[in-house]
Ligand binder design. Structure first.
Ligand SMILES: [Zn+2]
Ligand SMILES: [Zn+2]
Length: 240
């Protein structure tokens, strides 16, 4: 093969890594403690939960991914170069999917409440991403997938509403207000599935979903009624 002249060195942008995480690299047998999240986000805005060291991440287009997603991103990049657009495939995770389904129903009424509860000095944070928090062994917390809404002002978060599903209880949906668990329940359609019932009319499915949604919103309303929009939550009720 003919030796090519030295190409002009392309100026490479610095590699972008995901958030640094405690707990070390997820790769079996790897002892590296300095580890980062994979930057993959699927078409539904679900983030990859994998955390690895620089050695066990692969950089594609200046961004660091876990090995599995690096190959997916390579295919997506190739598709773009060939003029076709392919959406990043879904992360196949039950917990993340459950958060997504319930969050879809809650999004509008929760945002409507934040608008009502806030004032002109506050802003609404409505992050569609479903993020994974790794298990916290010290606090004996299971890993969980979460979607967050919040009210903030210039000093920080005033009210944080989280919808999460934990790895250890993949059927249970948890709604949080600040650090408080407001509702922790298995949605009725999953309960039915678990007990082997099926074949209900779609009309009652809708009623069931609305009732479930209502249960969550009521718990949130009661929480804000009691503690108001402040963080850390004062133990003194705002209204007597
Ligand atoms: Zn590693
Ligand atoms: Zn990944």
């Amino acid at each position: 093969m003919a030796k090519r002249p030295n190409p002009v060195e392309a100026v490479e942008a610095p590699v972008r890594y995901g958030e640094a995480e405690g707990g070390g690299c997820d790769q079996a047998g790897c002892e590296n403690q300095e580890a980062f999240r994979c930057l993959y986000r699927d078409r539904r805005a679900v983030d990859c939960s994998w955390v690895a060291c620089a050695e066990h991440l692969k950089v594609v287009g200046g961004r660091a991914y876990c090995l599995r997603h690096a190959s997916i991103v390579e295919v997506l990049t190739m598709a773009v170069e060939q003029g076709t657009q392919v959406l990043p495939p879904d992360l196949d995770n039950r917990c993340a999917s459950l958060v997504m389904w319930v969050a879809r129903d809650l999004d509008e009424p929760v945002v409507e409440r934040l608008v009502r509860w806030g004032d002109s000095g506050m802003s609404i944070i409505n992050d569609p991403a479903i993020r994974y928090s790794r298990p916290d062994r010290l606090r004996q917390e299971s890993g969980h997938w979460e979607r967050v809404w919040a009210l903030a002002n210039r000093t920080g978060i005033l009210l944080r509403v989280g919808l999460r599903v934990e790895d250890s209880r993949p059927e249970t949906v948890i709604l949080t207000g600040g650090a408080t668990h407001l509702v922790s329940t298995i949605p009725p359609w999953i309960q039915r599935h678990l007990s082997g019932e099926s074949g209900r009319a779609s009309q009652s499915d809708l009623v069931e979903r609305l009732a479930f949604q209502q249960q969550m919103l009521l718990a949130l309303d009661n929480y804000v009624e009691k503690y108001g929009v402040t963080f850390p939550n004062l133990l003194v009720p705002t209204r007597v």
